[in-house]
Ligand binder design. Structure first.
Ligand code: ZN
Length: 131
């Protein structure tokens, strides 16, 4: 398992993501901290350092996600995996209105929870971005 991400692979991930966080859609161009390369399935869960397992993520999303791959949702206490930008379509799991990201599926709900997508400062930042 290698943590090293070559410059070529890094550029490919950024291009595929259109320079935006693949979880909250924030552009790297307006972000205070530079976006990072995220292992969708973390190394400790067996994820590999290859394009199919890498996503472009803003600092806030990547920091909140850490090595998590899912969460338990109430009331059923069911394990739900996180949104995977390589296999899932963002608009099938989320919608955004006035800076707030809403879930359209349990995967969306789990991801909003773990990545803290609607933390107040982040919502305000998105509202400023789109106004
Ligand atoms: Zn983000």
């Amino acid at each position: 398992m290698s943590r090293y991400i070559s410059e070529k692979l890094r550029i490919k991930v950024i291009e595929e993501a259109n320079n935006c966080c693949e979880y909250c859609l924030q552009s790297n161009l307006v972000s205070f901290y530079p976006h990072q390369i995220d292992h969708i399935i973390s190394l400790k869960h067996g994820g590999k350092t290859e394009l199919d397992n890498l996503a472009y993520a803003c600092f806030a999303c990547n920091n909140a996600k850490g090595s998590d791959i899912g969460t338990i949702l109430l009331p059923n206490r069911t394990f739900i995996r996180l949104f995977n930008p390589r296999i899932d379509n963002w608009y099938e799991h989320f919608e955004i209105e006035n800076g707030v990201i809403y879930d359209k599926s349990d995967i969306g709900k789990a991801t909003i929870k773990v990545l803290n997508l609607n933390e107040v400062d982040r919502v305000i930042e998105r509202q400023d971005m789109y106004s």
